[in-house]
Design a binder for this molecule. Structure first.
Ligand code: ZN
Length: 1013
């Protein structure tokens, strides 16, 4: 009996669930006037709010999104700053925006808005009377909007107006409750559906492109006449585009006459408008056939772009037409009577969608405008008609929309992509790389949970690829039927992921859990591998492994030469399966076509041949894109040091996107000065465990160059060589959230180093002291290093703790760096501190002095050979003045002394302070000070400190530094006076190339990080 009760309850709740769908109706009337001198909107809004829920509402939430631009303490600002966009943060007060002058009356009674959670862009309002199910209220308020400069979507640029998310607007209330949300840059919209009736008053010579139908006959006639004015697009010059654009796009004065335009549309969830006096208008129309919820009708198409961009916009209406036609047929009819696209500098990616009107940023090419037009117009379905919650489930709108954008742009660009095999796009490679480096994020996340990069490559590209996978597996007809059903059931409504899953499942007998429960939720890379092929009589059986960590289906194709002769889909399987194919004549098979499989190297199988037909491909330059074969890339290499002279060679590497797990960079080089080989190389293997450690990397670095030379009493130059072999193991720890900008690394490294030495001995034949190469001294060292790097946008910091051990000595060091940002963009105070303890383990020999802690770190201190120096044994000349910002971080060295000053075999501490300067982005002021054990006794002057300060020039993100000291310790002065009389100043200048501890195998990761930031 108990069982029966349970199942009855379950049954009734399922039915209740199916019936609980409701949606509020919100009808909005606004009268608004644009003040284009001080950039204000003066409006009055009347909202008709109908409670269709089964609940009695006692309060409502209103979005006041212009307030997102009111201070640098809004959620919008916090997110922009975290995403490294500080434009708004550093903006001037007068360029920001807000909404005020509200006097909210509900059913005639004044209501007081209270900010929700302290957020200025959400107001909570207690209703004077509870709003019963089925009843309506009228909410009225005047409002005033200060239009900000464009920082994110809404704003103005001169007298170009992009008016979106601009009026008080109720948050959605649905079966999941209230959805109040602050405005955000990364993360879009969710709004109630209803009718909009908006009257806009502004000077007469503005072209207004707004949501809905313009009801002024005179205005429509004017737009018609504008659209027929022949326009010769001004020719783009090759250079000084900015200057040319400004002159072509200059603003005409605003007309003294005013007009009031009335726009109306039903069944929409937002209203945006764009006003510009310079727009070149083009008009076209398209017939939309009848379908669910709408009769056959004509749609007026408008494009409006600035004069300078006409060449890129020449076919805009044509592309809009193709998009409307394609989606009306593939998904469901476009029910509205207008579709518009304007060009505007919206600062929201390449473009932004609003119901029936979209805005396209100024883009760099004809194709980019085409693709963005298709994308944004497509959003009329995926966010407009199928009004999902974009903020919480961003993949639903962007995924479906990107899926169709690709279909439409492919049909426009035919026959560019007619190949059957899966061809990866540039964008997909970003997702594949995230999967390959295990930094991918699940699609089951809200917008705010994504890194800026993942919001692009997961929400858009991975999602679009998953839908293409679903379509391949279901079959195009079933997929199309499901999409039409999705439209029929959910247009003008708020679908959730579960609703979509249910509809697709209705249209196929095959199970779809793998997509909606598996692929959508996984953050693990999708990877299938062919393990073998067996031909039996008239069939071929392909053994396939699923390495995706969830059950999923895959397609296998049989190829004869390069043509597909047979294909089959498996059912979803978790680990292994066998797929039978009828053809037996294939020369090879491939798995994963049409599947976003990030790892191509195991997708192809040939029965004969080494590695089943995989061949190493050798390419020039750098690599990019999906490959079935491993690739080796070759680049020319050139190097220089004082002893080898110019070295010429080749860089052989496999650094590519998506990144390999086995990575190598080898740079063998030849010196024509020494007639010998030299070079460096690294090879590492990336292991990605789950759990607390995200990367384990065993790595081997090797390096050999000459580091000293002598030609004293010699006919040929003698050169001493060092050779380093350094295996290491590093661990990168996982952060709790992918948004945390912290990298924590523990490295264990061992060094085996052979150094030849040049020694002098008396030649008995002529009694001259001649040099010779004496032996190959072997040293070994070990180190343990922990680094913590917090790369947050403001005030980033890092610290490194290190223990080194060599035979006869040990060293414990700590280094910290902190950048304190000034309240001026790009200007900061840079602090560095160092403290170290040297432990003498039995040898005080002079040879050991190079291991001691040092104030000014030069090549002679780099006994681990981790840096790059032009001259490792120089005491004079330019090469002798290369220093590194290590240990004490000092900028003056005294290599001419047999025991340079500022060294310690006990303890040493130093502080380096630098400040950026106004008016220059290449120069700073710096000051260094250090002290160490017995400094007062060791320093010739008896001073307990060494200091220097002056000007630093920096380039390439501080990799190259030049230091010009202006003040310095007396001990340094004395050295310069003594060693370089008359040229003290020039000899005090030093430079640094900060390449120590750079891991070349991480080069692509670093470049990606830089690019995605
Ligand atoms: Zn989009």
């Amino acid at each position: 009996m108990r069982f029966l009760v349970c199942s009855l309850l379950l049954l009734s709740s399922v039915q209740a669930g199916a019936q609980t769908y409701f949606q509020q109706k919100v009808d909005t009337h606004i009268e608004v006037r644009l003040d284009d001198e001080s950039h204000f909107l003066h409006g009055f809004e009347t909202i008709g709010y109908t409670n269709n829920s089964p609940d009695t509402l006692r309060h409502i939430y209103l979005h006041l999104w212009p307030n997102a631009y009111s201070s640098d303490e809004t959620r919008f600002t916090a997110q922009q700053v975290a995403n490294r966009n500080t434009d708004f943060y550093f903006s001037k007060e007068e360029d920001r925006g807000y909404i005020d002058s509200l006097d909210i009356r509900i059913a005639g009674v004044q209501a007081t808005p209270e900010s929700a959670d302290g957020l200025p862009d959400i107001a909570r309002i207690d209703l004077p009377q509870p709003l019963l199910p089925g009843s309506s209220i009228k909410i009225e308020t005047p409002f005033r909007v200060k239009i900000p400069l464009v920082f994110s979507r809404m704003g103005h640029k001169g007298q170009a107006y992009y008016i979106s998310q601009w009026f008080p607007k109720p948050a959605v209330y649905d079966s999941k409750g209230w959805h109040p949300m602050p405005y955000s840059d990364q993360g879009e919209f969710f709004s109630e559906i209803g009718s909009y009736d908006v009257e806009i008053t502004l000077p007469k010579n503005y072209v207004v492109m707004a949501t809905g139908n313009c009801e002024n006959a005179e205005e429509n006639a004017w737009l018609d006449s504008l659209s027929k004015v022949p326009y010769l697009a001004p020719e783009r010059p090759a250079r000084q585009i900015g200057k040319w654009r400004d002159s072509v796009n200059s603003f005409p004065p605003s007309s003294g006459e005013w007009k009031t335009l009335r726009f109306h549309e039903d069944n929409i969830h937002d209203f945006a408008w764009f006003a510009d006096k310079r727009f070149i208008v083009r008009k076209d129309s398209v017939e939309v056939p009848a379908g669910p919820g709408s009769d056959a009708h004509s749609v007026a198409i408008y494009s409006a772009a600035l004069p300078s961009e006409q060449s890129y916009w020449a076919k805009a209406t044509e592309y809009m037409k193709q998009t409307i036609t394609y989606l009306s047929e593939a998904v469901g009819p476009y029910p509205y009577k207008t579709v518009k696209a304007v060009e505007g500098d919206l600062k929201a990616g390449d473009g932004m969608e609003y119901p029936t009107v979209t805005v396209i940023d100024r883009l760099a090419s004809f194709n980019a405008v085409m693709e963005t037009l298709v994308h944004e117009v497509g959003h009329n379905w995926f966010y407009g008609l199928l009004a999902s919650n974009e903020r919480d489930y961003p993949w639903i709108d962007e995924g479906f929309n990107t899926f169709y954008e690709r279909r439409i742009t492919n049909s426009i660009k035919l026959p560019m992509e007619t190949r059957e095999a899966y061809t990866s796009r540039v964008e997909d490679v970003l997702y594949f790389n995230a999967a390959a480096t295990r930094s991918d994020q699940s699609l089951n996340n809200t917008s705010a949970a994504y890194t800026k990069g993942a919001y692009g490559f997961d929400v858009y590209y991975k999602a679009a690829n998953l839908l293409a996978w679903l379509e391949g597996y279901m079959g195009a007809d079933s997929f199309r039927a499901a999409m039409k059903d999705y439209y029929a059931q959910w247009h003008y409504r708020h679908p959730y992921p579960e609703n979509i899953g249910q509809i697709f499942q209705k249209h196929t007998n095959k199970p779809l859990d793998w997509l909606f429960e598996g692929a959508i939720r996984t953050d693990r890379g999708i990877d299938f591998a062919i393990k073998g092929a067996r031909i039996e009589k008239d069939s071929t059986f392909i053994r396939i492994k699923n390495r995706s960590h969830f059950a999923a289906p895959v397609r296998v194709d049989a190829y004869k030469d390069s043509n597909i002769v047979d294909s089959a889909w498996s059912l979803p399987f978790a680990t292994d399966t066998v797929i039978g194919l009828k053809s037996t004549s294939a020369t090879f098979w491939r798995v994963g076509n049409g599947v976003p499989d990030y790892f191509g190297l195991n997708n192809k199988y040939r029965r004969q041949g080494l590695l089943h037909g995989r061949k190493l491909r050798v390419n020039g330059g750098v690599g990019f894109g999906m490959r079935d074969n491993p690739a080796l890339f070759l680049l020319p290499a050139i190097g220089y040091n004082v002893y080898d002279g110019v070295l010429v060679g080749v860089i052989a590497h496999n650094l590519t996107l998506p990144q390999n797990r086995l990575r190598y960079v080898l740079a063998p080089m030849f010196s024509f000065r020494s007639d010998e080989f030299a070079g460096a190389g690294s090879v590492g293997y990336w292991i990605y465990p789950r759990g607390a450690i995200r990367e384990i990397v065993p790595q081997l670095d090797v390096k050999t160059f000459h580091f000293d030379s002598s030609s004293v009493y010699q006919t040929s130059v003698l050169r001493a060589r060092y050779t380093k072999v350094a295996p290491s193991l590093s661990f990168v720890f996982r952060n709790a959230s992918p948004l945390t900008p912290v990298t924590r690394t523990l490295t264990l490294k061992a060094y085996a180093i052979w150094e030849e030495s040049i020694q002098f001995s008396l030649d008995p034949s002529d009694s001259l002291s001649r040099p010779h190469i004496a032996g190959n001294n072997f040293s070994d060292y070990g180190l343990l290093r922990y680094t913590h790097v917090n790369d947050r946008t403001f005030n980033p910091f890092s610290y490194t703790l290190e223990a080194q051990l060599g035979s006869g000595f040990g060293k414990l060091t700590a280094e910290g760096r902190l950048r304190i940002d000034y309240n001026v963009r790009g200007k900061a105070l840079h602090l560095r501190g160092f403290a170290g303890k040297y432990i003498d383990a039995g040898s005080g020999a002079a040879d050991y002095s190079r291991y001691w802690l040092t104030t000014s770190y030069a090549a002679a201190n780099d006994y681990l050979y981790d840096g790059m120096y032009f001259g490792r044994s120089e005491q004079n000349g330019v090469a002798a003045r290369q220093l590194s910002i290590q240990e004490g971080g000092g900028k003056v060295s005294t290599p001419g002394y047999s025991l340079p000053i500022g060294r310690s075999d006990n303890w040493l501490a130093g502080i380096n302070i630098k400040t950026d300067l106004p008016l220059t982005s290449i120069a700073r002021l710096y000051f260094d000070v250090s002290s160490y054990a017995d400094a007062g006794k060791v320093n010739p002057s008896g001073s307990r400190f060494l200091y220097s300060g002056g000007i630093e020039l920096h380039a390439l993100r501080d990799i190259f530094l030049l230091h010009v000291p202006l003040i310095m310790s007396g001990d340094y002065h004395d050295y310069l006076n003594h060693m370089h009389p008359g040229t003290e100043f020039i000899n005090s200048i030093s430079f640094a190339i900060q390449f120590q501890n750079v891991n070349w195998l991480r080069l692509v990761s670093s470049a990606m990080k830089y690019y995605l930031n």
